[in-house]
Write a protein that binds this ligand. Structure first.
Ligand code: MGD
Ligand code: SF4
Length: 741
């Protein structure tokens, strides 16, 4: 039954005033009641709206509850990111809630680091210990010796805490290990960056070009919905990928590019579009800077030049360029998300951003559209984060001049190298750094140098096994978080609220951070007595209807023009005020004002380039122990080309078949777990592919442990992007060996 026809009956009420700052609180204090509703169409289930955390897209969900248990999770039709539908992971959120492997009590390490031997302790003891050790580190090394690694929406409380404590070293691997090159490239070119969700209008695009963006396997719900609509409306699709992805199955052109040569293809496309005058002349004249230099730069980058580099035939390059430009301005080059591939990634994304400009795509329907957010006043609190030291992620001030966030890998380097100063303590919230940072041995080397490692997590992931103190957080279905005022084409404010009581002795992140702040003498950064007071104050002050927000889980803002078709005036927040095809800033920093092609090492004979990606039912380590999602996929497999499989040394007697187990060994002699082979024509012969997030070794992950192989373990090599410090990880090679019986 559609929600619009439902008659929600409010049965819950706000239980405010239950939390007292500074006191140690019992679990009942954490179970502030959310707004619940009975849905007459579902046999008396109560329904609580909140938003998903199975990945970082944060779709609105309606959780059904019966007898205190979550029975089903569906999309919230009122929420613009879900539109009533969820991806497979979102519907499987109860698999995390009821995971028997969850962390259940605070723990303190009793054996050597990494041996995963802990003693269960009370919250009081754990929090006192964390706070006193943090104070001690501050006294001896300064507050900046603490680094926070955080991933996920609940991390906002810990960022505030660490700033209040006095450290600037707050990083998420989602920047330097993922979307950072894209953010830098677009900031340089159009002054805006990519954003999350990205400001792109997939639904209205006449042509969608995916360069290593595997929509459909990379399951960002709203984008996949829009992609399906666009295809339904007859949009053309161009896919550039060494692998025949799900999206390639929908494409007019699949260009199976030689890995690492995308910049050559992009320059050749620009050559065709400029020499054949297929670009938007009027738009470029009015809004862009540096066109003459760009045309000169690509003059000799013909399809014939690009062919031996990319393996894509000149007529395919020409014809695909004509198709892409034929749809302008409603021709969308998807900017991608996980963009740390080869170390020249900002340059590749600069080429994407420049191509988008030639198509007249910025501010256009079916292109890059404007996003906005709703005003949301802050809860008045003491000033936080003023006068912090310089962060420790750059060995010298001139390193990575275009980085706009702190680099997680840079903090790991500072911990090992002590430059520009040492990090002595790590607080790790919601990120499994052993799988998220490149070269796990280096991460472990850094951990061994620490005086303190605190992990705040819901599951006993690998990083938890290395911690000194473990604080078990309640899952997103058991807690309030802060409000989310999203920057989106349809601006909205979303509410996360508990659906059921916290299980075991877990506590919500807001409570953990507030208790630590009180102990560290900075309780004034969280002046509200409970998160509902924070939410209510902020919404009321902003003039929003609090009851409606809690009842619907979301408040929608007014529509703001997003494209020139709706009357948007184009403005670009770059130094020149125009789209910078040529970047003076990059040129002056010695990084090249225009993107250039550079060749990368090729796999040695007998080895393959290791490529990684996503599966629609998993968000890397965040979901692999989830038994509900494990029913859909419980181990990864390694894709190997049919012809390459036939030529594998060691398989002469018994050819490799799909389903056989193999072991991968990388260029540094590191071997993987056993992993099943998928022998297929859907991948080039010089690369193998695996879904990231499997191959766990942590003792406590009893479901996923030793299932599939870890690409992170094989990623011992990476290339650092000189522009923003991203770690290009597609530079590892593996040989495929028969698994021992
Ligand atoms: P996950 O691996 O999902 O994400 O890497 P991470 O940020 O590490 O680990 C999430 C952790 O959060 C798990 O330990 C889980 O148990 C815990 N968790 C889940 N929910 C909650 C919660 O509500 N609260 C708390 N406190 N903990 C929770 C992602 C990062 O890795 C990213 S974004 C990318 S794109 C990169 N991808 C990538 C790759 O493709 N290959 C390689 N080799 N490395 C990569 N690193 C990057
Ligand atoms: Fe949850 Fe899927 Fe939405 Fe991510 S895309 S927030 S996992 S429903």
């Amino acid at each position: 039954m559609a929600l619009s026809r439902r008659q929600f009956i409010k049965i819950g009420s706000v239980a405010a005033g239950a939390v007292v700052g500074g006191e140690l609180l019992t679990n009942s204090v954490c179970s502030l009641h959310a707004h619940e509703f009975v849905d007459p169409g579902t046999d008396g289930d109560t329904i609580v709206p909140t938003f998903c955390e199975l990945c970082f897209w944060k779709c609105g969900v309606l959780a059904h509850v019966k007898d205190g248990r979550v029975t089903k999770i569906v999309g919230n039709p009122k929420h613009p990111l879900s539109n009533g539908r969820l991806c497979p992971r979102g519907t499987g959120g109860h698999g995390l809630l009821y995971d028997p492997d969850r962390l259940k009590k605070p723990m303190i390490r009793t054996s050597r680091r990494g041996e995963q031997v802990f003693e269960e302790v009370s919250w009081e003891r754990a929090l006192d210990e964390v706070a006193s050790r943090m104070q001690d580190i501050k006294a001896r090394h300064g507050a900046e010796a603490l680094a926070l690694f955080t991933h996920g929406f609940g991390g906002s409380f810990f960022s505030k805490l660490v700033k209040g404590y006095g450290s600037p070293n707050i990083a998420a691997p989602s920047y330097a290990q993922c979307r950072g090159p894209r953010e830098a490239a677009f900031e340089i070119t159009d002054g805006r960056g990519g954003g999350s969700p990205e400001g792109i209008d997939i639904r209205n695009a006449g042509c969608i070009t995916l360069i290593g963006a595997h929509l459909g396997e990379n399951m960002h719900n709203t984008q996949v919905q829009e992609f399906a609509d666009a295809i339904g409306n007859g949009a053309d699709v161009v896919v550039v990928d060494p692998r025949y992805s799900i999206a390639a199955g929908k494409a007019r052109y699949w260009l199976p590019i030689k890995p690492g040569t995308d910049i050559a293809l992009l320059l050749a496309w620009m050559n065709v579009i400029i020499t054949e005058k297929r670009y938007d002349v009027e738009y470029i004249d009015k809004y862009a800077e540096g066109f003459e230099r760009l045309s000169k730069h690509v003059e000799d980058k013909t399809p014939e030049w690009a062919y031996p580099l990319t393996g894509i035939k000149p007529e395919l390059i020409r014809n695909s360029a004509r198709l892409i430009s034929g749809h302008r301005p409603n021709s969308l080059i998807h900017p991608g998300r996980h963009t740390t591939w080869y170390g020249d990634d900002t340059q590749r994304l600069r080429a994407v951003a420049i191509l988008a400009a030639l198509l007249g795509s910025y501010g256009r329907k079916g292109g890059f559209i404007l996003q906005s957010s709703m005003d949301l006043p802050k809860y008045p609190s003491i000033k936080n984060g003023d006068g912090l030291a310089e962060s420790a992620d750059k060995p010298t001030p001139s390193h990575y001049p275009m980085a706009s966030e702190v680099l997680a890998s840079g903090l790991c380097d500072a911990t090992i190298d002590g430059a520009p100063y040492e990090a002595k303590a790590w607080m790790v919230y919601g990120t499994n750094l052993i799988h998220a940072l490149p070269n796990p041995q280096r991460t472990i080397e850094a951990i061994q140098k620490l005086e303190l490692l605190v992990a705040i997590d819901v599951l006993p992931a690998e990083i938890v096994g290395w911690a000194d103190i473990v604080l078990p957080e309640s899952t997103y279905l058991e807690r309030y978080d802060d409000l989310w005022s999203a920057t989106y084409k349809e601006p909205f404010i979303a509410v996360r609220q508990p659906v059921v009581e916290p299980m075991y002795d877990s506590k919500p992140g807001w409570w953990i951070a507030k208790e630590l702040a009180n102990r560290l003498g900075v309780g004034g950064i969280f002046p509200w007595k409970d998160p509902l007071e924070n939410i209510t104050y902020r919404l009321e002050k902003g003039g929003y209807d609090v009851d409606a927000a809690l009842r619907d889980g979301v408040i929608l803002g007014d529509h703001v023009p997003v494209s020139t078709d709706e009357g948007l005036e184009l403005r670009f927040d770059t130094p020149s005020g125009k789209i910078e095809l040529f970047s003076q800033d990059m040129e002056m920093a010695g990084l090249g004002g225009l993107p250039d092609y550079t060749a990368h090492d090729e796999p040695p004979p007998g080895m393959f380039r290791l490529l990684t990606g996503r599966a629609p039912m998993h968000t890397f380590g965040r979901t692999t122990n989830n038994r509900v999602l494990g029913n859909l996929m419980d181990e990864n497999e390694v894709w190997i080309n049919v012809m390459a499989a036939k030529a594998l040394p060691g398989f002469e007697d018994k050819p490799l078949r799909t389903g056989d187990y193999v072991v991968l060994e990388n260029q540094d002699g590191v071997r993987s777990n056993q992993v099943r082979a998928k022998v297929t024509e859907r991948i080039r012969g010089d690369a193998v592919f695996m879904v990231h997030g499997f191959g766990h070794t942590a003792k406590g992950l009893t479901y996923t442990r030793n299932k599939g192989a870890s690409d992170s373990a094989l990623t011992t090599r990476y290339k650092v992007d000189p522009v923003m410090g991203g770690t290009g990880m597609n530079v590892n090679f593996v040989r495929v060996m028969r698994a021992e019986a």
